[in-house]
Write a protein that binds this ligand. Structure first.
Ligand code: ADP
Ligand code: MG
Length: 310
């Protein structure tokens, strides 16, 4: 309600699109286009800092240090500390050192090869033995272990880019990092933002099975329907259960977390897919998050109070 008697006019949004983290990015906010351009430039900088595939990135240097300590940026430290906490909280279902196993798989769809059991076992032993050692701004991981921040970094970056837009004067905006959404304020018309959750079986952006209301929150969805291959009737997708070294076998095919902190939400969404509803919901609730899932039979369930539209 406007108690000052001033006429408030709906904000005008500008939009920009880009492609980072192997994902289409769309940013809209009531800021000048130059600010959105700077926001995209920051995405590029974060990719160079955090991708395990970018030579010279913090994660690349940790993975190639052969066990020696590596000095990293504050952003990297914050993500690694959170990843470590999420590993403990999820009983190992979320594990950023899963890169050791991921690199044996190819979920690009170009090949349909299941890695040899012996190789997976060996990688699992390395992953389990690897303690992430963080001291000051130095990080060290056992030789032969590979970190991969794909399950958490986008949530963190989305938060930082939203913060930058807020600092630049944004009162309303929506950032979509391919299923990782952060909202700034409310929709220009005063209602909450509405975030559609993609129906897993549908073509990208063709159909939604739920609409989430969000103001100044993150809405983060992990699904097993993208980045996958099919072999002998079985779907092999990119979210690995570190305990089996195989794609997670919980019946969940889409997991959404709503929480202000997008980094925690991102890790929780990945963990929820692996842990299943019972454990995954209680983990999410222990962080004050709301959760929504669809299972392989199309059944939808959510935590009490989940902000569904309608
Ligand atoms: P999205 O593909 O939308 O980013 P997620 O946030 O669930 O979906 O992240 C999936 C990515 O997380 C994988 O591509 C991989 O990089 C990483 N990952 C896969 N399994 C795990 C796991 N058990 N723990 C932590 N990260 C994982
Ligand atoms: Mg995630």
């Amino acid at each position: 309600m406007n108690t000052t008697g001033e006429q408030s006019t709906p904000a005008e949004l500008n939009s920009i699109e880009g492609f980072y983290f192997d994902t289409s990015i769309a940013l809209s906010a009531d800021v000048p286009e130059s600010v959105l351009g700077e926001a995209l430039a920051r995405c590029e900088a974060y990719e160079k800092l955090l991708s395990r595939f970018a030579p010279g990135s913090d994660v690349w240097r940790i993975n190639h240090a052969e066990g020696r300590p590596v000095t990293v940026a504050g952003d990297t430290l914050r993500i690694l500390s959170c990843a470590e906490e999420m590993r403990r909280a999820s009983g190992g279902a979320f594990n950023a050192a899963v890169g050791s196993i991921l690199e044996l798989w190819d979920f690009s769809g170009n090949t349909t090869v299941v890695p040899a059991e012996a190789a997976l076992e060996e990688a699992r032993a390395r992953m389990e033995a690897a303690e992430l050692d963080i001291e000051g701004n130095e990080v060290c991981i056992a030789q032969g272990t590979t970190l991969d921040l794909g399950g958490i970094a986008k949530g963190y970056i989305c938060d930082r880019v939203a913060d930058y837009l807020r600092e630049s004067g944004a009162r309303c905006g929506i950032l979509n990092f391919g299923g990782n959404v952060a909202t700034i304020g409310s929709h220009p018309q005063g209602r909450p933002w509405q975030v559609g959750i993609q129906t897993p079986s549908a073509e990208r952006n063709q159909s939604v099975f739920a609409v989430v209301e969000s103001s100044d929150n993150s809405v983060i969805t992990s699904g097993v329907y993208e980045r996958a291959f099919v072999l002998d009737g079985r779907v092999y997708h990119h979210i690995l259960d570190p305990r089996s070294c195989f794609p997670s076998t919980s019946t969940i095919i889409s997991a959404t977390i709503v929480l202000r902190d997008g980094m925690v939400a991102d890790a929780l969404a990945t963990a929820l897919l692996i842990l299943g509803v019972e454990q995954g919901f209680s983990l999410a609730q222990s962080y004050g998050a709301q959760a929504l899932v669809m299972d392989a039979h199309g059944q939808v369930s959510a935590t009490k109070g989940f902000p569904l539209l309608g």
